[in-house]
Design a protein around this ligand. Structure first.
Ligand code: PFF
Length: 453
């Protein structure tokens, strides 16, 4: 997979290389498409507050857990659970992780395809080809959705075939800072537009009465999705991580980068929604629910770029959607790497065959979704909001009670020489054994109860 071989499975080129790859996995459509949409649907600031708490209380500890299980076992999720215990049950959890990867990627590529479509929409719009611009921007066109999803999938498989580290490291190192710059400049622009300040208020001033169990589940699902947790993506990435690295430290950087970019995306999109409302675009229904659904940012943001006008609008619009496609690509790679590394490790299939086979299966599912994009919401609920936290819950039980904390400590101690004296391990240990599983269990349990009874 990568160039420097310090374990038999290959390795990331450097500490920075790993951080970039893991941050590349974390930062993606989850930050800029899913987060603003779910946040706007769930009361803005109240959601942000709960989300941020869950990222630090549950997400970060689970990220450290995934990376240590991955680095110790040097395997995919199924193989990792098999290698570290003789339980018959946990490999089934590994299969669930692989299934989540397959299904999530199948709708992820559709939304990623929209980012390609909107890159061209900006160019066509500014070239005066308004009909072409409108055609390429139609997210209800099944053939178009299928076409762009297939193109995006082909890129993803192509990168996985060539080995992951080089391409991702380069893309993330230069393009992610550029994405941050564009977000910041756009935020500065938006804040001076009429109506925007109401959006800032809705984003930053929480209404505590809005907090309910739906928000809790949505925020937890979002935390797992955005940090790439709960389906073994970071077990797999951790399996290529060098023993020299300090896992809690690198996980800290990845978590901060991820939540930082999501926060900025919210600060751009929430005011942009209110601006659009101010201009007569109906974003919320009479009951306060969001009308736009999955296509929200694709309705609000292109308008914003069009309003900027001139060459500036074109440069910002086209660059933004280009960067968003790259961010989606570095995440899609990690989604595909989970099922691919599973069949390479466990069924001794060659990387090339594995990537093409899994890529083809996922493409077939994507084409079905392309013709009925309302499926995205349903699948996202089952596999992201419920599926990922369920995977995280199982991982906590596995680590805390089967693999055992002492073994995790030995693994974390590699690259973290002062672990015996440091406060980190005792605190993390309490989180993995008690705080995280109890919190996840309560939130998931309450939702499933409400759903079935
Ligand atoms: N974290 C990615 C994003 O925010 O777009 C999506 C994702 C990647 C989810 C990998 C889960 C995963 F395992």
């Amino acid at each position: 997979m990568a160039t420097t071989q310090s374990t038999s499975r290959g390795n990331w080129n450097s500490k920075l290389g790993f951080i970039l790859a893991a941050a590349g996995s974390a930062v993606g459509l989850g930050n800029i498409w899913r987060y603003p949409t779910v946040m706007a649907e769930n009361g803005g600031a109240a959601f942000l507050l709960i989300y941020a708490l869950l990222v630090f209380i549950v997400g970060y500890p689970v990220m450290v857990a995934e990376l240590s299980v991955g680095r110790k076992s040097e395997r995919n999720p199924v193989g990792a659970f098999r290698a570290l215990s003789n339980s018959k049950f946990f490999p089934i959890v590994g299969f669930w992780c692989v299934l989540c990867g397959i299904v999530i990627l199948s709708y992820y590529v559709i939304v990623a395809g929209w980012t390609i479509g909107y890159f061209f929409e900006q160019i066509f719009h500014y070239s005066g080809w308004t009909e072409m611009a409108a055609w390429v921007a139609n997210t209800d066109n099944g053939w178009l959705n299928a076409g762009v999803a297939i193109v995006f999938m082909a890129f993803t498989v192509g990168i996985i075939l060539g080995g992951v580290s080089e391409g991702i490291e380069r893309a993330v190192k230069y393009l992610m800072p550029l994405l941050i710059v564009i977000l910041v400049v756009m935020i500065a622009y938006v804040l001076f537009q009429p109506g925007a300040i109401d959006g800032v208020r809705a984003y930053l001033l929480p209404d505590f009465s809005a907090i309910n169990s739906d928000i809790l589940l949505a925020a937890m699902g979002q935390a797992f999705f955005s940090l790439s947790l709960g389906m073994g993506a970071l077990i797999t990435y951790g399996s290529y991580l060098s023993k020299k690295e300090n896992i809690p430290e690198v996980a800290g950087y990845v978590t901060l980068a991820d939540i930082g970019i999501a926060f900025l995306a919210g600060l751009l999109i929430m005011p942009a929604i209110f601006m659009a409302q101010n201009q007569g675009v109906q974003v919320f229904g009479d009951d306060g629910s969001l009308i736009a659904g999955a296509a929200l940012i694709f309705q609000v943001l292109p308008e914003l770029f069009h309003n900027m006008g001139g060459v500036i609008g074109l440069v910002f619009g086209a660059t933004f959607f280009f960067l968003l496609s790259i961010a989606a690509l570095t995440s899609a790679i990690s989604l595909l790497e989970v099922p691919t590394s599973y069949i390479i490790d466990e069924h001794k299939v060659r990387r090339k065959t594995a990537a093409i086979l899994i890529g083809a299966i996922i493409t077939v599912i994507s084409v079905v979704i392309a013709f009925d994009t309302s499926l995205i919401g349903t699948l996202d609920f089952i596999f992201s909001d419920v599926g990922l936290p369920l995977g995280g819950f199982m991982l906590c039980l596995f680590l805390g009670y089967f693999w055992k904390m002492e073994n995790a400590k030995l693994e974390l101690g590699q690259g973290f020489a002062s672990i015996d004296e440091h406060w980190f391990f005792p605190v993390w240990s309490v989180f993995i054994r008690f705080v995280c599983p109890i919190l996840i269990g309560l939130i998931l349990g309450r939702t499933l109860w409400a759903l079935f009874f």
